[in-house]
Ligand binder design. Structure first.
Ligand code: NAD
Length: 285
């Protein structure tokens, strides 16, 4: 497809989306912006973008497709700013944020003006961040959740998929609330647990320095995601507060249950706890 694509936020996700758009649509012009001059320079150097602009307005008003790939609190602020701009007729806007309910609500003024905003979340990533971490194949075979408002025409959703086909992701349309529940379970809450496990090890390492050296293998595997951007995760928790509070209550119940089994030395039920988890884990695709 021909046209101008404006990418706001040239980090891991924005850079990877820009590369995927360029791959499928080499004739499109890709403009980028970022609050970090270093990420802009690197994106230019790597050929991720063709040009950069220093103000939102300069990029947004000319664009046929606007992709936001900034922390979700910034997404909300930028959507509010975009709603006050004179955007091109027919422009498509999407974001890549890890939460959707608050983001889609923030896009309501744009949607009410007739602008096609379609929430998006490519469900692949890394604990790395910044323009240097961006990869063309980051989203290959991953799910890419889209959360269009009911008022958005189907042809606009198809147009967005066409723009993003270079991601080679599997697109799935869900409601914003469903998105936040699903990702709360499989992504956001596990993140809290991973960081909690690291904090527990850190506390014990004050008593015994061997902890850091022994925290290898399995511990490293299940806590890898705790190295992700703290700012990004702070915003995600605040956006998905209600879902996460419910999941934390469930988790406390589960831990209470396991604690009871260990206290009672209930060998049969402890075995069942691990066996049930293994069955579900082994069945995951
Ligand atoms: P990142 O830190 O690599 O990139 C974010 C970029 O946004 C940075 O370059 C930063 O300088 C820039 N930025 C911040 N505020 C800005 C603003 N107001 N205007 C312009 N640029 C601004 O982070 P990322 O991993 O690319 O995450 C971007 C978005 O993608 C987040 O909303 C996140 O929830 C979502 N996401 C992340 C992952 C992941 O695994 N990292 C996966 C899927 C979706």
């Amino acid at each position: 497809m021909k046209g101008k694509v404006f990418v706001i936020g040239l980090g891991l996700i924005g850079g990877s989306l820009a590369k995927a758009v360029r791959y499928a649509h080499p004739e499109a012009m890709i403009i980028g912006t970022d609050v970090s001059e270093k990420n802009i320079q690197l994106s230019m150097l790597l050929g991720t973008i063709d040009d950069s602009v220093s103000t939102l307005e300069a990029g947004a008003c000319e664009a046929d497709l606007i992709l936001l790939a900034v922390p979700v609190n910034e997404t909300v602020k930028i959507l509010t700013q975009l709603a006050d701009m004179n955007l091109k007729s027919g422009v498509l806007i999407s974001d890549a944020g890890s939460t959707k309910d608050t983001v889609v609500k923030a896009a309501k003024p744009l949607i009410d003006k007739g602008v096609a905003f379609i929430g998006g979340h490519p469900m692949a990533g890394s604990h790395k961040s910044g323009a240097g971490a961006a990869k063309l194949h980051l989203f290959e075979h991953a799910f890419y959740l889209l959360t269009p408002d009911e008022s958005i025409e189907e042809k606009k959703v198809e147009q967005l998929k066409e723009w993003l086909k270079g991601t080679r992701a599997n697109f799935l349309v869900v409601t914003p609330a469903m998105h936040d529940k699903l990702t709360g379970v499989v992504s956001h809450f596990p993140h809290i647990v991973a960081s909690g496990l690291v904090k527990q090890a850190e506390n014990y390492s004050k008593e015994n320095k061997l902890i850091s050296r022994l925290a290898a293998g399995g511990f490293r595997d299940i806590t890898r995601i705790a190295s992700s951007s703290p700012e990004m995760w702070r915003d995600i928790l605040l956006h998905n507060r209600n879902v996460l509070l419910e999941l934390m209550d469930d988790w406390l119940q589960e831990m209470k249950h396991v604690k009871g089994l260990v206290e009672k030395e209930d060998s049969e039920e402890i075995l069942r706890f691990f066996a049930d988890a293994k069955v579900f884990r082994d069945d995951l695709p």
